[in-house]
Design a binder for this molecule. Structure first.
Ligand code: BES
Ligand code: MN
Ligand code: ZN
Length: 497
């Protein structure tokens, strides 16, 4: 799908979309279209259910007075609530609708509405981005798709008086959408295709955008003493990989911001094997790593004025004759020893070495890790908010604000010495699980906290967010790309020169 911005509706458009506010209040472009069609919009709304409420749509077929074959009235809801996120969601809902209707070339009017929050140009750019995000598909393995199941929309023209500024604002939005799409591609790939070396190779492709990418294999991990990471991967025939991506868009010598991702390409549980039902979902256990790759791509793509490090720990957690056993003790790069009680609590093991490496190697301004770490966070928060654990209130507040503004909300969860004591081991410095069934997500978080030293740090448990079970305005069912927009916004609002 391609996007353009124009001041008027160009020729060749088959669908015209106009916004309607709450209580059937026509936006200026809708009012103009109503006049041009002899009142077709007003008539269509009379007596129907469409009120202009957010995301509600009404389609008018074969309208007289315009060349287009359909007009879509798209509900905007309350004018005062219109901000960048609302506009992205509106664009997403419209893209889904148009694809369902069979539209090929559409014009979407984005009017400057008086009470709206933010600049009209940003609104227009966000409508395009929302449409792009929602139109994402992962079709590469479907060879027999019927024509009626394929999306039709080829071109979207966003009509706005602020054309030039909207085009400018759209550049960063488009790079961000590319980052999200890359994450979704990575997370959607099955584990026979996307094993650790392949994930590393895809991260390597960011070097074309000026990202410096280094891949650390098992030999170097042994030298570095990464016994926790190595232990998880030792049952797999695929070599584990630690990938370090660096984007240097900031000042020379400015300490970087850092993102660390859990990249378990497949999580069988290992010897503590998972039940068969639903195990196929564990291909998305690398969604944290996927998000880190995606945000590095977005930052590099839009040439963000920041130094950023992205580190992903890539492994496959398999049972085999070489696999790690429950009860094994491993020594992490930090020197701390870990008793592995449950081989299915593997995310914290690989992240312990990745976080320690990040902390010691880069002394970053802060580290944020993203991980599909625990089923317990899904029990606690469901699929609407990710869990956030942080050792720094200011970082937590910035993350929460960024999440709110992009629609990837976070809910802060506790850390604390009481919980920390629960992971003490009889035989080693710690064990990789806490009390059975109690505060499972915090047990994972306090474990990670033992590997961040004095670096400001936040852990985002995204187990409930990585995979959408139903369509949402800017997220089609499937890999969500959660975290990319959030971290891009965190950087944009707080850490760019
Ligand atoms: N990858 C899983 C967590 C997960 C669950 C992600 C559901 C996405 C959806 C993680 O490695 C895991 O197995 N966690 C265990 C921890 C337990 C053994 C302490 C869990 O949550 O059961
Ligand atoms: Mn697991
Ligand atoms: Zn896992």
């Amino acid at each position: 799908m391609n996007f353009a911005f124009a001041e008027t509706v160009p020729d060749g458009v088959d669908s015209i979309v106009v916004g309607v506010l709450d209580d059937k209040a026509l936006t200026p472009s809708a009012a103009a279209l109503d006049r041009a069609t002899g009142g077709a919009l007003t008539r269509a709304m009379a007596g129907g259910r469409f009120t202009g409420a957010k995301d509600h749509m009404l389609e008018i077929a074969a309208p007289a007075g315009v060349k287009a074959s359909r007009i879509v009235l798209a509900g905007l809801g309350k004018a005062a609530a219109l901000n960048d996120l609302a506009m992205a969601n509106w664009g997403g809902a419209i893209a889904a609708r148009l694809n369902g209707s069979g539209a090929k070339v559409a014009a979407i009017h984005v009017d400057a509405v008086a009470e709206a929050v933010g600049r009209p140009a940003d609104h227009a750019a966000n409508v395009a981005m929302g449409a792009e995000l929602r139109a994402y598909r992962f079709d590469k393995y479907r060879t027999k798709q019927k024509a009626e199941d394929k999306p039709t929309l080829e071109r979207v023209v966003v009509v706005t008086a602020a054309r030039a500024l909207a085009e400018q604002a759209h550049v960063a939005c488009a790079r961000l959408a590319e980052g999200v799409a890359m994450t979704r591609d990575l997370v959607s790939e099955p584990a026979n295709v996307l094993y650790p070396a392949e994930l590393a190779a895809r991260a390597k492709s960011l070097s074309a955008l000026g990202v410096d990418v280094e891949v650390i294999g098992e030999d170097r991990m042994h030298t570095l003493g990464m016994g926790a990471l190595l232990g998880v991967g030792q049952g797999s025939d695929h070599e584990s990989q630690l990938v370090v991506m660096r984007w240097n868009g900031g000042g020379n010598g400015d300490s970087p911001v850092a993102f660390v991702g859990k990249g378990v390409c497949f999580d069988t549980g290992g010897i503590s094997i998972k039940p068969a039902a639903g195990m196929e979902e564990m291909k998305y256990d690398m969604a944290g790593a996927g998000a880190v790759v995606g945000v590095m791509r977005a930052l590099a793509g839009r040439k963000a004025k920041v130094n950023a490090v992205g580190i992903i720990a890539c492994v496959e957690n398999m049972p085999s004759g070489k696999a790690q056993r429950p009860g094994d003790v491993v020594t992490s790069m930090s020197g701390q020893t870990i008793e592995v009680i449950n081989t299915d609590a593997e995310g914290r093991l690989i992240l312990s070495d990745a976080l320690w490496y990040c902390h010691t190697q880069f002394k970053p301004r802060f580290m944020v890790d993203l991980a599909t770490l625990t089923g317990a966070i899904v029990i606690a928060l469901g699929t609407y908010k990710a869990g956030m654990f942080a050792n720094d209130d200011e970082l937590a507040a910035k993350l929460a604000a960024a999440g709110e503004s992009v629609g990837e909300p976070l809910w802060r969860m506790p850390l604390g010495t009481e919980y920390d004591k629960d992971i003490n081991s009889e035989i080693a410095d710690m064990k990789n699980v806490g009390k059975t069934r109690e505060a499972g997500s915090t047990a994972g978080a306090v474990f990670l906290q033992r590997f961040v030293g004095d670096t400001k740090w936040a852990h985002l448990d995204i187990a409930g967010m990585a995979w959408a079970k139903k369509d949402m305005p800017t997220v089609p069912k499937g890999a969500s790309g959660y975290g990319v927009r959030l971290l891009d916004r965190l950087v944009r609002d707080n850490f760019e020169a």
